[in-house]
Write a protein that binds this ligand. Structure first.
Ligand SMILES: [Fe+2]
Length: 402
């Protein structure tokens, strides 16, 4: 019965792969380097934009994160409305309130400045601003009918990759779940990876978001959709994250390290945009929706546990990643190299203060969490190896007790 189900899931993934090839996908123009956020602002001005709708959160707004961008826009008589009501794991109200304000102010471009939550909310606001579709009606694959307003993105964390992807995650408060929206219509026009806006990121957020990027790159490399191009992006991202995450964690003001980590996150985003993710995300999404644990942090704890499950069968791909981070694999078998890679992840966890367990998980919820995680993974993600429900339950139990 299980083998029949796996055959069915693989068939779905093949159909989705073919459908994906028929859908044209663009890529944002990427500005990088110190003050690249201002270069992106000049592009916005050159587009004859009349009124920019900035989507951010209250903390960043209070810190004046958008100040230099707003000043430059004002110098060129471009009007600005700032919507700073984005909360972590934004829900429908955050998006709908943003849409209402944008329509009232008649803005013609959306600019996200912030972490993954602000970027995801901005994507939904931009795409639904001129549409009659609701969030529920666009949840899933390729359900957005109309092209939205132009969208630009200035990420202030290095992890989500959302600045280059066609996905957004919105919390469904009613069902305590997360809705995944995937459509090329959500790809931004341009993005700026500006390390000056990232240097103030606290160590904990640096660690959590850095591990989110690492998870994207690893899940992309292990995906059944991986190809030469995505492999290149994934391996470069993994190498950069292992090298730069500890530096950014301990010395947040190091602009060169911040820049490299931002590029790694962007590369990981470009990879998983084509390959999708896997069980780490599927499990982390359920835990995040149920207990509100931060996305990157949850991925960080779940990652090695899922990799231990992948070990038998994915040892060659895991060994490649070991090589990429500089482990001398010459005298090792693929299995030994793969084990070394997972060990290196566990060491990196310790170095940047990631715990081994998630104390928020309640035993009574494990069955439901496992069921929902498998539902998400098996209908969306081309995972390299399939979990049974009982195995997934065991794996989540392990997260509470290891
Ligand atoms: Fe993620």
């Amino acid at each position: 019965m299980f083998h029949l189900k796996v055959f069915f899931y693989k068939l779905i993934m093949q159909v989705l792969k073919l459908a994906g090839k028929l859908v044209p996908q663009s890529q944002p123009f990427i500005f990088t380097g110190k003050d690249s956020s201002l270069a992106l602002t000049k592009l916005i001005i050159d587009q004859d934009t009349q009124h920019v709708f900035i989507v951010t959160d209250a903390v960043l707004n209070k810190l004046g994160i958008a100040k230099s961008v707003c000043n430059l826009l004002a110098e060129h008589q471009v009007k600005v409305t700032i919507y700073d009501q984005v909360t972590p794991d934004p829900n429908e109200s955050v998006v709908n309130n943003g849409i209402a304000l944008l329509r009232k102010q008649q803005c013609d471009l959306v600019l996200a400045i912030g972490g993954g939550s602000s970027i995801d909310a901005a994507k939904m606001i931009a795409v639904l601003a001129n549409s009659r579709q609701t969030i529920k009606s666009v949840a899933g694959l390729l359900k957005i009918k109309k092209q939205g307003l132009p969208l630009c993105v200035i990420p202030t964390t290095s992890g989500t990759g959302s600045e280059v992807t066609m996905a957004a995650v919105i919390t469904d408060t009613e069902n305590q779940s997360k809705s995944l929206v995937i459509s090329p219509k959500m790809i931004a026009m341009a993005t700026a990876l500006d390390p000056t806006l990232m240097k103030g990121m606290p160590p904990k957020i640096t660690a959590d978001t850095g591990f989110d990027a690492l998870t994207h790159a690893i899940e992309a490399y292990l995906s059944r959709y991986a190809n030469e191009e995505t492999d290149q992006f994934s391996l470069t991202a993994i190498k950069l994250i292992f090298k730069q995450l500890p530096t950014c964690y301990h010395h947040g003001g190091d602009l060169a390290a911040r820049q490299a980590l931002a590029i790694a996150s962007c590369y990981a985003g470009l990879a998983f945009n084509k390959t999708n993710v896997g069980y780490v995300h599927a499990i982390a999404h359920q835990i995040g929706a149920k207990y509100h644990s931060p996305h990157g942090f949850t991925n960080a704890v779940v990652l090695p546990v899922v990799l231990d499950f992948y070990l038998n069968g994915s040892e060659e791909r895991l060994a490649d990643m070991a090589k990429a981070i500089g482990i001398n694999t010459n005298k090792l078998t693929n299995m030994q190299a793969a084990e070394q890679f997972i060990l290196a992840i566990k060491k990196l966890q310790v170095e940047v203060g990631i715990p081994k367990t998630l104390c928020c998980i309640e035993e009574k919820d494990i069955k439901t969490l496992a069921k929902s995680a498998l539902k998400e993974a098996h209908y969306f993600y081309p995972v390299p190896k399939y979990l049974r429900v009982s195995q997934c339950e065991q794996l989540i139990t392990q997260l509470c007790t290891t």
